[in-house]
Design a binder for this molecule. Structure first.
Ligand code: PLP
Length: 410
């Protein structure tokens, strides 16, 4: 018999997470998540769920009754939205400007939609007229569009898209995972029918809960689809085209669980609910606009800092997300080894990249709890030291000075 070695209790190293997400959580979010559990029908639980719904209505800037959490990481929300809104054979249009557009297209394909895509070069966004032209050509039932795509750092303007969708009778869904809380987002004013997010970006929590909001139009589509659950609901025919091909992600059932009927579906992930509630609570306590402004300031300071180090920035900066910047790895610097040195020697994580940008740029995030002056300056000081150690000639103090000047309003 072999003796197994029992590892010690979990004891992570100190890290400053300055990548494109996940990021270091607000301390109060971690505290909230260690609060005692209650039963899923405890009046306290029901009240906490209702409070969380109301908090997220404010975060999303919506009056949508159907504002809930989907248990799982951000893509659980994406999958729930698309799988529940799309019937097999429906046409779905996905404008792709980075990695996550490809994810939306893939999920729509798995939902058996007829998927049409348009693409733009990485580092760019779509104009409203390009989206409208494709809508007229494809005549989709759903437009699925990422807001902030961390793979390219671009923030797709959504303000005019909702009105275009309304005019053409198209449902409008956006994946705002990486942008919500740190960039403008107006679910109602922008005419969104569905939007989903995660906690591990600007909301400052761990991954594992996906806030979602649905317009009345979206809810109508969802509730018109056949419901099945053995023994409990009206029986449906699993071969019928209208059957949502997922139990876990059937938003009709999830809404019944969160709604006044509180029909049993899953068991709400209690600790994640506490965490999600606290993410929204700290955001609203500081002020929605104040938090966006803090992200913009930290993002501008990081941008000024990397430029002060002489680094070149990727993409159309006028459409950059507030909370992440992509910088070209200087000639001759080994990207992965330098990132590793940031982690090993300074305890700071910055991000690598995907697809066409792999090996070419690092992505540095300033979001949630880490959209802070000290986090920005510490990261720039460490980056300068690491770049110099790997042979790059960088201006002494150039990063910290430029960022500190920006913070000082110079
Ligand atoms: C980070 C990110 C996700 C992450 O999805 P997870 O399932 O939480 O890993 C999804 N969409 C976008 C746009 C993102 O930036």
């Amino acid at each position: 018999m072999t003796t197994s070695v029992i590892p010690g209790p979990i004891d992570p190293p100190a890290r400053l997470l300055m990548g494109p997400g996940p990021i270091s959580a607000y301390p109060s979010v971690l505290r909230a998540m260690s609060a005692p559990l209650v039963g899923q029908y405890d009046p306290f639980m029901t009240a906490a769920m209702a409070e969380t719904q109301e908090l997220y209505r404010q975060v999303w800037a919506t009056r949508n009754e159907a504002t809930v959490l989907v248990d799982g990481t951000s893509r659980a929300g994406i999958e729930a939205a698309i799988t529940s809104l799309v019937r097999p054979g429906d046409r779905v249009l996905v404008p792709i400007f980075g990695r996550f557009g490809h994810l939306l297209a893939e999920i729509a394909e798995r939902a058996m939609a007829e998927v049409h895509t348009i693409e733009t070069e990485w580092g760019q966004v779509f104009t409203p007229s390009a989206v409208e032209e494709a809508i007229v050509r494809v005549q989709p039932t759903l437009l699925a569009l990422v807001q902030g795509d961390t793979s390219t750092t671009m923030n797709q303007p959504l303000g005019e898209i909702g009105e275009i969708c309304r005019r053409h009778g198209v449902l409008f869904y956006s994946d705002a995972t990486a942008s919500l809380g740190g960039n403008d987002f107006e679910a109602d004013a922008w005419g969104l029918d569905a939007a989903t997010a995660g906690l591990q970006k600007c909301l400052g929590g761990p991954s594992g809960s996906s806030p979602i909001t649905l317009s009345d139009r979206a809810v109508e589509v969802i509730t018109s689809r056949k419901k099945v659950e053995a023994g409990i609901r009206e029986p449906g025919d699993p071969s019928a085209p209208d059957f949502v091909r997922s139990n876990y992600f059937d938003l009709g059932m999830i809404l019944d669980y969160w709604g006044p009927r509180r029909l049993n579906h899953h068991t709400e992930a209690t600790s994640m609910l506490y965490g999600a509630r606290e993410c929204a609570r700290v955001l609203l306590l500081e002020g929605r606009q104040q938090v966006i402004d803090r992200h913009r300031l930290a993002g501008d300071a990081m941008l000024a800092g990397v430029q002060g180090l002489g680094l070149e920035v990727f993409g159309d900066i006028s459409h950059k997300m507030t909370n992440v910047v992509a910088v070209y790895i200087p000639e001759g610097v080994p990207g992965d080894a330098a990132r590793q040195a940031m982690l090993d020697d300074f305890g700071i994580e910055i991000g690598t990249s995907f697809g066409p940008l792999h090996g070419k740029v690092w992505r540095i995030g300033t979001m949630g709890y880490n959209a802070r002056k000290d986090a920005v300056l510490t990261t720039l000081a460490a980056l300068e030291a690491v770049l110099r150690r790997f042979g790059a000639s960088v201006p002494v103090g150039g990063g910290v000075d430029a960022a500190a000047d920006l913070y000082a309003g110079k």
